[in-house]
Design a protein around this ligand. Structure first.
Ligand SMILES: [Zn+2]
Ligand SMILES: [Zn+2]
Length: 287
């Protein structure tokens, strides 16, 4: 990866509250140490890392945006389309109900994956006991990969994804998706903005966008780390035409594989972030 100047605001990061490897506190500390001024915690289907991250900002200059990332789409669809909820305050909102339901489904999915790995001949008891020892624990694929590596079942972390955990592999279990409209409404109900995440990664972009473009989007994640310059331009222009916001981030999951040193390498400049805040004010959001 080409090293770029660190962004002002990285509005897409994952902590150990979902499938990131760093705790929310570690994430905030790292973000501050590399010079970020704002980060959004956007864990998959949960906001449980936000409070800790906000507490970790105390006496620091860095600020945290409360967020989440929801997986949307139609049942049976190979890949989900991700929707970011940013600047949310989800207490007693429809969003918290949806997140509870997703948590329940995610729990069932984790147990399914553990059993599929057992069928491959691995002893998964120790990891299962860890997972069940606390109610809010998330068993993400990085945890599974580290476990298989620590047990010596595979030679390195990446092999776990290539051989067992990725789409089409024996221990792959598809996620349960949320309907787009439900997700966007729930984010609005929680007082946030609904942003189409990393559109450049959506397969069949034209057809997908045609289907979802009339939904009440508030923004598009144009400045995403994996977007090429022409993608950034294209998605930024779409946002401009529709008078909605452009956001951006690194989608950092901790220092492993392609995420190594990725924090702050995608996101918004100070000027772009101020534009976003102005936009948010038109939706009644203060930051
Ligand atoms: Zn995503
Ligand atoms: Zn993400």
């Amino acid at each position: 990866m080409k090293i770029r100047p660190v962004a002002f605001a990285d509005l897409h990061t994952h902590s150990s509250a979902s499938d990131g490897t760093m705790t929310p506190t570690q994430l905030v500390e790292k973000a501050e140490s590399i010079g970020l001024s704002v980060i959004a915690i956007t864990d998959h289907d949960t906001i449980s890392g936000v409070k800790e991250a906000q507490a970790a900002c105390k006496n620091k200059k860095i600020k945290v945006v409360a967020g989440t990332e929801l997986s949307c789409g139609d049942p049976g669809q190979e890949k989900s389309v991700h929707v970011l909820g940013l600047f949310i305050s989800p207490e007693k909102s429809k969003l918290s109900d949806i997140l509870d339901e997703q948590r329940r489904l995610r729990y069932i999915r984790a147990l399914k994956i553990l059993n599929l790995l057992r069928e491959q001949g691995f002893d998964m008891d120790e990891l299962e006991n860890w997972f069940k020892s606390e109610p809010n624990r998330v068993l993400g694929r990085p945890h599974l990969a580290h476990y298989l590596e620590d047990k010596g079942y595979i030679k390195d972390f990446d092999e776990a994804f290539k051989k067992y955990l990725s789409y089409g592999c024996p221990a792959y279990v598809p996620k349960d998706y949320i309907e787009y409209k439900t997700a966007i409404e729930a984010i609005h109900d929680a007082g946030g903005i609904a942003v189409l995440a990393h559109p450049g990664l959506i397969p069949n972009w034209e057809a997908t966008w045609e289907k979802i473009k009339d939904l009440p989007w508030d923004g598009i994640e144009a400045f995403y780390i994996e977007h090429k310059n022409k993608d950034v331009e294209n998605f930024f222009n779409i946002a401009q035409e529709r008078h909605i916001a452009s956001t951006g981030g690194s989608d950092y999951h901790g220092d492993y594989g392609k995420h190594l040193d990725r924090l702050g390498q995608g996101g918004l400049t100070e000027e772009q972030f101020n534009e976003l805040i102005k936009f948010c004010a038109t939706r009644g959001i203060k930051f």
